[in-house]
Design a binder for this molecule. Structure first.
Ligand code: SAM
Ligand code: ZN
Length: 277
């Protein structure tokens, strides 16, 4: 059993029509035409369109597809490859997957990709619809990381790239000794972009905090400089949490700079679940 009902937490079974999933209490969830499953009931939605907005999602897609974060994505693939054992079928969940860029990268960059079953979840429906359309072989779900619609101990690895999570839910869906691979901003991530917006900038901590019940195995810092085209520079700003601080004049100045070199700085942390409590 993979999915659980987001309403009553009972197991969900694929209906014989192949078009919906149902629980014993007759809660039913249709597969969308793109192949994803919406497991976010209205009563768990805190707004009409939770998660990232469509413009944010499109900006992220444009920026990521241009390849600026590819070195980081490749490093993720290498860490995953190094942690697959021979003959293992690795169940991998991309938590807060957005429109699925990293799932696609894993599928094409991992040497052992045929051993990986990819799953992705995000609270933003249009992001999931876009992800499912681009990667039909992966299983995408609309749902919340605070109430994951997956059975206990289903996953071997959870990938979390700049996305929120609930530590109890994380632990619940991971197998004993399952892994969490998290990407968080390093001290100087997007420093030059932030300089446009804030009068004073604080460095992020070098070491990201781990959820309780996890032990750090590997921490890798990846930093390099990028020089995005003005259009992609604006897309990059739009996908960050500090975009809303930028007023019109800041946006104009940022747009008109001929060239802007920006530091990226990522911390990739692989940790292992050590306890269920
Ligand atoms: C900064 S984006 C990162 C997206 C993707 N991992 C990437 O790096 O391209 C954060 C994502 O988390 C999603 N999100 C926010 N709150 C969520 C929640 N409670 N459950 C699931 N996803 C959530 C947003 O919709 C958004 O796609
Ligand atoms: Zn149910």
């Amino acid at each position: 059993m993979l999915y659980i009902c987001p309403v009553c937490r009972g197991s969900l079974q694929l209906h014989q029509s192949g078009k919906s999933y149902n629980c014993r209490n007759r809660h039913s969830f249709d597969l969308a035409k793109e192949g994803y499953l919406n497991l976010l009931p209205v009563q768990h939605k805190h707004s009409k369109e939770p998660g990232d907005s469509k413009p944010m999602m499109l900006a992220r897609r444009e920026f990521l597809e241009a390849g600026y974060y590819e070195p980081m994505a490749k490093a993720l693939a290498m860490i995953i490859d190094a942690n697959i054992t021979e003959g293992q079928n690795l169940q991998l969940l991309d938590l807060g997957c957005g429109e699925g860029y990293y799932s696609r990268k894993i599928a094409c960059s991992c040497k052992h990709n045929e051993q990986i079953s990819l799953h992705g979840i995000d609270i933003a429906k249009f992001a999931i619809a876009a992800a499912a359309k681009k990667q039909p072989e992966a299983r995408f779900v609309v749902g919340s990381s605070n109430r994951l619609p997956y059975a206990d101990q289903y996953f071997d690895l959870v990938l979390r790239v700049f996305a929120p999570s609930d530590e109890n839910e994380l632990k619940r869906v991971l197998k004993p000794s399952g892994h969490l691979l998290a990407v968080t901003p390093g001290p100087r991530h997007l420093w030059q972009l932030k300089e446009f917006i804030y009068a004073e900038i604080m460095e992020h901590a070098l070491e990201s905090s781990l959820p309780r019940g996890f032990e750090r195995l590997v921490a890798e810092r990846i930093s390099y400089k990028i020089t995005p085209e003005p259009r992609q520079r604006m897309a990059l700003l739009q996908m960050t949490p500090f975009a809303w601080r930028a007023n019109e004049s800041v946006l104009q100045t940022l747009k008109n700079v001929a060239e802007l070199e920006i530091e990226t700085d990522f911390i990739l942390t692989l940790s292992v679940k050590t306890a269920d409590v």
